[in-house]
Design a protein around this ligand. Structure first.
Ligand SMILES: Cc1cc2nc3c(=O)[nH]c(=O)nc-3n(C[C@H](O)[C@H](O)[C@H](O)COP(=O)(O)OP(=O)(O)OC[C@H]3O[C@@H](n4cnc5c(N)ncnc54)[C@H](O)[C@@H]3O)c2cc1C
Ligand code: FES
Length: 288
């Protein structure tokens, strides 16, 4: 069992969990992920790692369905049934020069870990964070420490930019960017890849195909990259954004939408009291 040591409601629907897992934490590298199972009936859910020390890993969980909601509701001293990792290939970290790290939603967490490693390797790091509204922004203090420049975008009247795409285009026009990384929602990663393609700026994206075992055995995470079938879990999760077949990826990610929606409805009806408790807990943190 993997005990939760810390829980923090970072933003509405975004929860940080610090989980005791020394054997995983000691081998973890930026870009890798874990697969978590909340209880004996739980699905296997891939989660990117946002931080770690010798004893524990931290993940940022975005509540989008039954399993992420159940994991988000875990509290200190609760435990996950299983945790497997580290999984996936680590991000290659070297001194590329000037690197832009674009992140949003839960991706701000793993984006922070990536930026920290790139900064340590000697890169000039520009972080661009996309938040749907100001409440969705977290770790600004941490992000400032690992970047030379932090650009915040948010979908709010009066904000200079509503999303990360235009700042990325302006950066590419105004200076030499040696590499772009994008991590967060699939649409954002696709848009960033489209924005960097005309200038051929190398762009790495951390894909989120459906995964089951996470070790290359089931084939659930098949993606098309440069016309070839690859496995997101063992060949990735990071790929060249200019070579990903985004339509195929989104199509496969939506394969079980009806079943997922039905499962969420049933869970909500059976667990209405937990949703109420969750709102109360978020209100206590000043976030409803
Ligand atoms: C390598 C990787 C790293 C990820 N890192 C994070 C993270 O750090 N934080 C975070 O909140 N989310 C992360 N995700 C996404 C997360 O795994 C899914 O949101 C989660 O599995 C959804 O499960 P659910 O039961 O809550 O929702 P569901 O209602 O079952 O699904 C909602 C949507 O999530 C996707 N999804 C569902 N099941 C899976 C699955 N087994 N594997 C992948 N995607 C699935 C589908 O697109 C689906 O439409 C990551 C995914 C991958 C592949
Ligand atoms: S998740 Fe099964 S092969 Fe990748």
């Amino acid at each position: 069992m993997y005990e939760v040591q810390k829980r923090d409601a970072l933003a509405p629907g975004l929860t940080l969990l610090k989980i005791r897992a020394p054997q995983i934490a000691r081998k973890m590298q930026p870009g890798q992920f874990v697969i978590a199972r909340v209880d004996e009936f739980g699905e296997r859910i891939p989660l990117s790692v946002a931080d770690w020390d010798n004893e524990s890993i931290s993940v940022v969980v975005q509540d989008v369905g039954v399993s992420t909601r159940k994991i988000s509701l875990l509290d200190v001293t609760d435990s996950l049934q299983n945790l497997a990792g580290p999984l996936g290939k680590p991000s290659p970290i070297e001194n590329f020069g000037t690197v832009a790290v674009v992140s949003g939603c839960f991706g701000i967490g793993p984006g922070y870990a990536l930026a920290r490693a790139l900064k340590k390797a000697g890169n000039r790091v520009i972080m661009i964070v996309e938040a749907r509204n100001p409440d969705w922004l977290f770790w600004q203090d941490r992000l400032e420490k690992v970047s030379d420049r932090l650009i915040l975008t948010c979908n709010r009247a009066g904000a200079d930019d509503s999303c990360a795409t235009n700042p990325v285009k302006r950066l590419i026009e105004s200076e030499k960017i040696d590499r772009v990384y994008a991590i967060g929602c699939t649409f954002m990663m696709m848009e960033i890849s489209n924005a960097t393609a005309p200038a051929a700026v190398p762009t790495r994206v951390s894909l989120m195909p459906l995964m089951v075992d996470g070790t290359g055995m089931c084939g659930a995470c098949r993606c098309l990259v440069e016309g070839k079938t690859v496995l997101g879990c063992v060949d990735g999760p990071e790929f060249d954004g200019h070579k990903v077949d985004w339509n195929r990826l989104v199509e496969r990610m939506r394969s079980y939408l009806d079943e997922e929606t039905a499962a969420m409805d049933i869970w909500d009806r059976e667990n209405w009291h937990l949703a109420t408790d969750r709102k109360a807990a978020q209100a206590a943190h000043g976030r409803v």
